[in-house]
Structures are given as structure tokens and as C-alpha cells.
Design a binder for this molecule. Structure first.
Ligand code: NAI
Length: 256
């Protein structure tokens, strides 16, 4: 059946940055598709509700503490995941931060914080996941959350745009190097979805005006990312590798 193609039954899915926004919703979506979910956050105490919600709707989930910039903490989270559910074969590298200021005013520490989380974090999670999959002789699917700002740019977001562009190139490199092991690696490039990362902006008069000028004349609903991610994670996306799936209501198609 076509719907079976999208089933994640038997999969073990790890989602970073699962305590809020896109990560939280994707963790629920992957669990609804049948995956056992490891929800990762720096403060795992913030994940109790999410794990409870998944379990109440008949799924399996656990919380794990890790900072994506800290390799030891990531290894510990994967160890805990393997003890509970087995080898992680679906990864959503979602943790990310932003920093809005003009290029002239960006201090090295602020730039490095964005690069460390958005790029090195995705690198760390992907490398640890892939090494463990190869060691276990298992195939898998890694989804790196980039952004439409990895494809085009907006003013005052140099660190963020550079980091997300690098995530897209890293995704392609990982896909090429890991293809022979049956590990697919794709990037998700969301347009604008209101979360803690940007809600102040989208509630401001400038933000409201920006939304009015978008082709869709609205922000995305986070739930609209679930389908594309489940497709990439499951057999439905079995020949999708090294690609960028843009989910943005045609924002990236517009030359404004
Ligand atoms: P958010 O701020 O709600 O979520 C980001 C999550 O990452 C938070 O839970 C945060 O605690 C976690 N995080 C940050 N640094 C971390 C670290 N070092 N280790 C572990 N976790 C860490 O924001 P949102 O919007 O849900 O962002 C999720 C991803 O989606 C980010 O990578 C972001 O760049 C990307 N994105 C978001 C868009 C949007 O419109 N909201 C558009 C395009 C991409």
C-alpha cells in the first residue's frame, strides 16, 4: 500500500532541539508515523510533556540531554537511545540559533556561536549517527534542517545565512560519502514558521508587512513540515539523497 511507504514502524528516530518549535512538532510527527523517538535538548527536563504526549497517543519516546556543540554529551545521548530502543536510524538535526545584526557589527563570539550550533552541531550529530550506523551495519536517513536562507539571503543575518548555506553543502558531501553504506542525507529548507526564534519579529509591524508580501501571504504552520520530513525519513524517500527539500510557500521562487 502506498501509505506503508511512509511508515516509520521499526525505526528509531532522534530529533535535536526537540524542546520547542519545529523540533517538538517533528518529534510528534515521527512518533505518529510509527518511530520510537529520542527527543534531545540541552535541558531534558523540558521534554517531559512531549514524551508524555507521545506515550499517551500509543507511541514510544524518551528524553535525552545533549548539547550539539558537545560531542561527549551527544555520544551519551546515543548510548542511552541504543540501550532503550536500539540503533538510531533516523536523525533530524534541527537544533539551531540565529543572530540578527549588520555584518559590520558582528563580533567573533556571536558569529562563532551561530557556526558552532548550526554547522558544527549538524556535523557532530551526523558523524556520530553515521559512524554508529556503519558499525551496526544498518542503513539510515539523516535530515539536516537548513533554511531558505541557506539558498538566498536577507539583510542582517550573515552568520545565520552562511551557516545554513554550509549545512546544505555539508548535506551534499555527507550524502556522497555515506551513499555506499545505505545512509541517505538530505536537507530540509523551511521558509518562515513562527517559533521562539522569530516570533518577536513576526509580531512587529515590519514582520506583519513582510508576511503580507510573501507569495502565500501567511507563515507556514509547523505541522506542514511533518509530511516532507516523514517522506525523507521513510521508504517513500528511498531514492532521495543529497537533495534540499524546500517547504516555503514559494518564497524561494520569488525574486523580489
Ligand atoms: P526554536 O528556537 O524554537 O528551536 C531551536 C531549538 O534548538 C531549541 O529547542 C533550542 O533549545 C535548541 N538548541 C539551540 N542550541 C542548541 C544546542 N547547542 N544543543 C542542543 N539544542 C540546541 O526555533 P525553531 O524555529 O524551531 O528552529 C528549529 C530549526 O529550524 C533551526 O535550525 C532553525 O534555524 C530552523 N529554521 C527555522 C525557521 C523558522 O521560520 N522558524 C525557518 C528556517 C529554518
Amino acid at each position: 500500500m502506498t501509505t506503508d511507504l511512509f511508515s516509520l514502524s521499526g525505526c528509531v528516530a532522534l530529533v535535536t532541539g526537540a524542546s520547542s518549535g519545529i523540533g517538538r512538532v517533528l518529534a510528534r510527527g515521527l512518533a505518529d508515523a510509527g518511530a520510537k523517538v529520542i527527543a534531545v535538548a540541552r535541558r531534558s527536563d523540558r521534554l517531559g510533556d512531549l514524551v508524555g504526549e507521545i506515550e499517551q497517543s500509543g507511541g514510544s519516546a524518551m528524553a535525552a540531554q545533549a548539547d550539539v556543540t558537545d560531542v561527549d554529551s551527544i555520544e551519551r545521548a546515543f548510548d542511552a537511545a541504543e540501550r532503550a530502543f536500539g540503533t538510531v536510524d533516523v536523525v533530524v538535526s534541527n537544533a539551531g540559533i540565529t543572530d540578527a545584526r549588520n555584518f559590520l557589527k558582528i563580533e567573533p563570539a556571536a558569529r562563532d556561536a551561530v557556526f558552532d550550533t548550526n554547522l558544527r552541531g549538524v556535523w557532530n550529530i551526523g558523524q556520530i549517527a553515521a559512524r554508529r550506523l556503519v558499525e551496526a551495519k544498518r542503513t539510515g536517513s539523516i535530515i539536516n534542517v537548513a533554511s531558505v536562507l541557506g539558498l538566498g539571503v536577507q539583510p542582517g543575518l550573515a552568520s545565520y545565512c552562511a551557516s545554513k548555506g554550509a549545512v546544505i553543502q555539508l548535506t551534499r558531501s555527507m550524502a556522497i560519502d555515506l551513499s555506499k553504506y545505505g545512509i541517505r542525507v538530505n536537507a530540509l529548507a523551511p521558509g518562515w514558521f513562527k517559533t521562539e526564534l522569530n516570533e518577536e519579529f513576526f509580531d512587529s509591524p515590519t514582520g506583519i508587512e513582510r508576511v503580507a508580501q510573501m507569495p502565500a501571504r501567511r507563515l507556514g504552520k509547523i505541522e506542514e513540515l511533518i509530511g516532507p520530513v516523514v517522506m525523507l525519513a521513510s521508504d517513500a524517500g528511498s531514492f532521495m539523497n543529497g537533495t534540499v527539500v524546500v517547504v516555503d510557500g514559494a518564497l524561494n521562487a520569488l525574486i523580489a
